[in-house]
Design a protein around this ligand. Sequence first.
Ligand SMILES: Nc1nc2c(ncn2[C@@H]2O[C@H](COP(=O)(O)OP(=O)(O)OP(=O)(O)O)[C@@H](O)[C@H]2O)c(=O)[nH]1
Ligand SMILES: [Zn+2]
Length: 362
Amino acid sequence: MPLAPSIVERIARARGDLRMGVPVVLTGPGGAALVVAVEALDAARLADLRLLGTPELAITLRRAETLKARAYDGDLARLEVPETAGIDWLRALANPVDDLRVPMKGPFQSLRGGAADLHRAAIALAKSAHLLPAALLVPVADGPTLAAAHALTLLALSEVAPELLRGSPLHPVVSARVPMVASEAGRVHVFRPEDGGAEHYAIEIGRPDRGAPVLARLHSACFTGDVLGSLKCDCGPQLRAALAQMGAEGAGVLLYLNQEGRGIGLANKMRAYALQDQGFDTVEANHRLGFEDDERDFRIGAGLLKQMGFSAVRLMTNNPNKLRMMAANGVTVAERVPLHVGQTEQNAAYLATKAAKSGHLA
Ligand SMILES: Nc1nc2c(ncn2[C@@H]2O[C@H](COP(=O)(O)OP(=O)(O)OP(=O)(O)O)[C@@H](O)[C@H]2O)c(=O)[nH]1
Ligand SMILES: [Zn+2]
């Protein structure tokens, strides 16, 4: 059937479904399940799902640790959903915003034994849709028939799991001249992934020599810092300082990667900020939400540089992970160029946490 959507296209559709609260059907060797993202679920749909089976809640190990729920599946926990539990119970488990105000919600019954692969894929899908990493699964007997009957997106685990790990190829869409304060010889290139995800941009300053290490910066989107001039981080000043140095040298490339909030999306970053106002640091806030410290795919930057003809960089960064990932993905780091700008009273603790917990270099 040449018109039938491919697995990549169905995953893109599933992301949209999950964001809208529409169930998707996941099938695996051990059975099938209806999957919804807790964040987008409402009471009516929860009631409908209960008619089809017994729901289970999948949360990450990080979230389970905060909730003091046992996790028997390594990186995640499967929790029983009591019959009396309503939508507010589910939301409170998924979203830590009220953890301090309404502390103990347990004890929780964690499921043990049996496969957790569908749950793992459900959490990965929720993350890739930039939703809270908590999913409700309702095991069902015949996934494909149910999906066909209700026009739901059907995904086979054997196809989804490798696809979510693979990383999507990026294709150049357009490039045009953009004179900037930092340099009049600026050019913006737009790259679009095959998987329907966010586009990324390359800002090329001058005409950098492809045969020599290029002055380069991998900048992750920070709406609050880059656009609003937030004092909570150093992103805006880093962005402008990097462009300014490239302008002064007459050549460079800045990749503007749309990986807002270290890859968790702006809504989740703002949830993290709300937790930071409750006293948690940037790493703890991510963990309480159920995320790892850094959910970015660092392969993207190296891939784009290679695609643009660069094989060696003078990388403007303080982040040792970026250095490692460049080397691991075939781009030589000829030099690290430290980038310390924009320190404020409000971001001192944030920068200290990055140095202490994420190994950021002086
Ligand atoms: N989750 C989360 N993301 C944040 C927070 N503060 C800033 N960010 C995001 O962190 C990312 C910062 O990215 P980068 O500028 O590449 O910074 P870095 O990884 O520290 O590395 P270098 O600046 O290169 O040293 C951006 O995506 C911001 O949106 C926070 O408190 N929580
Ligand atoms: Zn920032």
